[in-house]
Ligand binder design. Structure first.
Ligand SMILES: [Fe+2]
Ligand SMILES: [Fe+2]
Length: 267
């Protein structure tokens, strides 16, 4: 069944952090690798608004249902970044505006390239770009939700598990919208299927790759998606991609894990 934008608009809300005891992290701090993962997630959640800026330069801005979704989505993602920032701050780390401002300053040239490549892809794909965007969004949200679940498992910290569980519930709403729109738009257009497949095969990288250093992308993929459990989760996402019209056997996550291992081995 198609997820309607009306249902999502009613549900969209600021992340509920009522009852989350952030001071608990002062008594029971997270391990270094879990914090490193959270820094990545904090930065990427806060980067959503820059991703939105790029998308609004494409034909996506002409579709009012898509722009309504994006308006609510960017608001929810910003609060995910704020909540993760509160965890970092409980560990005495910088988070929020000062960290984000420094990141944007550092990556301004790389970001300009990302903007240009989004505009270039949209010009190349035309109307079919919306199907590409919805498919990309679905894969990124599947990966993000699975990444939070893996981090909760690996960290084994009850307060973090509760917080990430609440974030994952909202990521589930994002998945519903992106995945249903991707399936609908891909099934309506063989051209959209071909273009999406081409762009995924040649340009898809794990969420955050456009802005985070290669070493951090490799660490994150390795930490969350390698090992028997991580690989099973990655394979499940690949199977979900397989079920989208025309997107079978792309093995995006499997390739990302192989690439991450090559990078960490070479480093
Ligand atoms: Fe999020
Ligand atoms: Fe999301």
């Amino acid at each position: 069944m198609r997820t309607t934008i009306d249902a999502y608009k009613k549900r969209a809300d600021r992340l509920d952090i009522e009852g989350i005891d952030f001071d608990d992290f002062k008594d029971r701090p997270l391990a270094a690798d879990d914090l490193r993962t959270l820094r990545y997630m904090h930065d990427v959640e806060h980067h959503t608004v820059c991703y939105l800026r790029d998308l609004l330069l494409t034909p996506a801005h002409r579709d009012p249902e898509i722009t309504s979704f994006l308006s609510c989505w960017v608001f929810e993602e910003m609060w995910h970044g704020e909540a993760i920032g509160a965890v970092l701050q409980a560990h005495g780390e910088q988070a929020g505006a000062p960290r984000i401002a420094a990141l944007r300053q550092r990556h301004r040239h790389r970001e300009a390239l990302t903007t240009l490549s989004t505009i270039g892809s949209a010009a190349f794909a035309g109307r079919a770009f919306i199907a590409v965007h919805m498919t990309w969004g679905a894969i990124n949200e599947w990966t993000t939700q699975a990444g939070y679940a893996r981090l909760a498992e690996r960290a084994g910290h009850p307060t973090l598990r509760e917080l990430l569980g609440r974030i994952m519930k909202q990521e589930g709403s994002h998945i519903d919208f992106y995945a249903s729109e991707a399936a609908r738009r891909l099934s309506a257009s063989p051209r959209a299927q071909k273009l999406t497949r081409f762009l995924l095969a040649h340009a898809w990288r794990p969420v955050g790759s456009g802005v985070m250093p290669k070493s951090e992308v490799a660490f994150l993929v390795d930490y969350l998606f390698d090992g028997p459990v991580g690989r099973a989760v990655a394979a499940r996402i690949d199977r979900r991609v397989d079920r989208l019209p025309g997107q079978g056997q792309l093995h995006l996550l499997e390739t990302a894990v192989t690439r991450a291992l090559q990078h960490t081995t070479a480093a």
